[in-house]
Design a binder for this molecule. Structure first.
Ligand code: CA
Length: 646
């Protein structure tokens, strides 16, 4: 027996010596990535505090100039490190210190063509990408497929949003990252088995912790990717390129790149709890600004008639009412949505902008991104999809004083669509315009890459609260997901804070809001976007308690710090954000019971704070409270309710 055991141990250690070719650890040594080549195939695995977070998972690319996923030989490895500081005004944190250990693994394939895989490992994040060298006389190639996969331990449950099938939904405008989430689902469960899942995806590794998968650094030089369906045979999710049927089948899946060339970064955020997931800055740590801002862009808050008053409000008189509302609230902006080109017209819109400016309000205007991607009929159309028309239009927009655009209804994730996003951003910067994307893909490092980018929808947003009873029923449930998933990797334009009791212009009878006022105020903090288009309507100035309006006047949209305090996606969330010296601690409850939480808030220990909460009858109240010397505070959150401490 003993001898057998020794033989087994010996064999085990021999194979591990053979298989394990390179290891890199985080600066705090807790997060570890091992890279190996087995039978000509490259693999990696991930542990955190010696617990397996990703089992041996495949690496590699397939290009039209050769296969880099099999027939691979490990050539060499090198180690280095990164220590950088940067500032960023429009994400969850303003001053970031990024420290990572770097492992570069060099491989060659059966044709002796070279590829490197670079891993950057910081304390709770892994970012890795492929770097292709020139191939003799070949200075270009097409990356057709990626072998990169993620093999989670079997106890893992998933928090994933299905990728929408191309050319489906409203005016065939899907995929737009608006399909909602299944939570805590076993791997491979669910009915969505065709188009995979969007980034980011959240995974709960039983008692061992959490993993958030995403990608960043996607520019016009590549396509955007998503997660494949779960392959039962191999137990993996893979990085998948766009469905060829997007954009009516026009444009390729995969990426055409210049050599030497790189892929976007695949990111893996790892923690024993959800703190690293909520607080990660990895989408921004590994990218750089792609151009200088043409001016100092001012972020802030906007009124937005369309969300509650809908298409009927797209006229001069109603827009004046929402300019006046922005002025009363001392907000910097109004968003004038679709149909202004017909209903107000290009001549009168100049006068409307003059009127807004006279009230210290600046203007965002809506544009259709189409083009030829889908059938979205709203105008203005055919202005953003072509460089000549776009620059002509933007020159005019600058002349009449427009400060930003909301561009809607994109066609998907193909490289040609990512180029369109980038071309719009780059041209807009030349004309001093900020850009907000709707009906769009999730941003992938864009807050840092493009100085005039403010945010994207890419979420089941407030519009669906107007359209769907099911979404109103699930409002609190969805709100407790976003700080952990969608909103943690990028700015999210949800278009929230709806203070009407009924989500219609008359504020009665139809579309009853099921969440409380304190919940709505909390979402102004829980959801982060550098410019927030809020859902307040003119009647709210007089029909809600004055302290709610005061709160909405003051709440910032940019943050210096963001902290996870408590919560579990789909059940509840409490996070804290700081702007200057002012902390905002906000929470929401999606369970059916009153949630009693003892919060640990050392950063406001001994302070007197303003507390917004719901009473048992779900009516909002506001009072001053004291946080004790040890920073503890007990809060009760009503079902479908929320709170804010500031
Ligand atoms: Ca939408």
């Amino acid at each position: 027996m003993k001898i057998q055991l020794i033989v087994v141990l010996l064999l085990f250690s021999l194979t591990s010596v053979i298989a394990q070719d390179a290891v890199v650890s985080s600066p705090d040594k807790q997060l570890k990535v091992s890279v190996s080549v087995t039978e000509g195939k490259p693999f990696y695995s991930v542990t955190y505090k010696n617990r397996v977070m990703l089992e041996n998972s495949p690496l590699g690319l397939k290009t039209n100039e050769g296969d880099f996923s099999s027939g691979i030989k490990f050539l060499s490895k090198s180690d280095s490190s990164i220590d950088k500081n940067y500032t960023q005004a429009k994400i969850k944190k303003s001053q970031i210190h990024y420290v990572a250990n770097v492992l570069t693994c060099s491989f060659e394939n059966a044709q002796q063509r070279k590829i490197k895989i670079v891993f950057q490992v910081s304390n709770n994040d892994i970012a890795f990408r492929y770097e292709l060298a020139t191939m003799g006389q070949r200075l270009v190639c097409v990356v057709e497929k990626e072998a990169t996969g993620y093999r989670f331990p079997s106890e893992t449950t998933t928090f994933l949003s299905p990728m929408m099938a191309p050319m489906t939904g409203f005016a065939r405008s899907a995929p737009s990252y608006e399909s909602g989430y299944q939570v805590d689902a076993p791997m491979g469960s669910g009915n969505f088995k065709q188009d995979g899942y969007v980034f980011p995806g959240l995974f709960h590794i039983g008692n061992n912790g959490w993993v958030l998968l995403s990608e960043t650094g996607v520019s016009g030089l590549y396509c955007a990717s998503h997660l494949s369906d779960y392959a039962k045979e191999t137990g993996t999710y893979k990085v998948e390129y766009p469905n060829p049927k997007q954009n009516n089948g026009f444009g390729s899946s995969g990426a055409a790149i210049s050599l030497p060339g790189v892929t976007p970064w695949r990111t893996i955020t790892v923690g024993e709890n959800l703190k690293p997931v909520v607080e990660t800055t990895i989408p921004f740590d590994v990218v750089e600004p792609l151009y200088e801002p043409s001016q100092n862009y001012k972020f802030g808050k906007a009124t937005w008639s369309w969300i509650v008053w809908q298409d009927a409000s797209m006229n001069w008189d109603d827009q004046v009412k929402f300019i006046d509302l922005a002025s009363s609230l001392k907000w910097g902006y109004i968003l004038i949505d679709a149909l202004w080109d017909n209903n107000i017209g290009k001549e009168k819109i100049k006068d409307l902008i003059k009127y807004a400016n006279s009230k210290n309000v600046d203007v965002f205007l809506w544009y259709n991104s189409n083009g030829a991607a889908n059938d979205a009929p709203q105008g203005p159309r055919n202005k953003m999809n072509n460089a000549i028309e776009r620059k002509k239009e933007m020159k005019w927009l600058k002349q009449i004083g427009v400060k930003g655009l909301k561009v809607d209804f994109f066609g998907g994730d193909k490289q040609e669509t990512i180029r369109l996003y980038e071309d719009i951003l780059s041209d807009a910067n030349d004309y001093g315009l900020m850009i907000d994307f709707h009906g769009a893909t999730v941003p992938r490092g864009w807050e840092r890459m493009y100085p005039n980018y403010i945010g994207s929808e890419a979420v089941l947003a407030s519009e669906m609260l107007i359209f769907s009873q099911g979404v109103r029923d699930a409002e609190a449930f969805n709100a407790t997901l976003h700080p952990f998933i969608r909103n943690t990797v990028g700015n999210m334009e949800f278009g929230g804070v709806l203070l009407n009791k009924f989500l219609v212009k008359s504020n009665q009878n139809r579309n009853q809001r099921l969440t409380t006022d304190a919940f709505q105020l909390a979402t102004a903090v829980l959801f982060q976007n550098s410019v927030q288009m809020f859902g307040l309507t003119p009647n709210n100035l007089t029909d809600v308690p004055a302290f709610e309006i005061e709160f909405m006047k003051k709440v910032p949209t940019t943050w210096d710090e963001t902290l996870y305090i408590d919560g579990y996606p789909g059940k509840s969330v409490v996070i804290a954000r700081r702007n200057g010296n002012q902390w905002y601690i906000a929470g929401a409850n999606a369970t059916k019971e009153v949630l009693k939480l003892k919060l640990n808030l050392p950063f406001v220990a001994g302070k007197k704070l303003n507390f917004y909460n719901d009473d048992a009858a779900k009516n909002i109240y506001n009072k001053e409270v004291s946080i004790n010397k040890s920073g503890e505070f007990e809060v009760e959150i009503q079902p479908n309710g929320g709170f804010v401490l500031k």
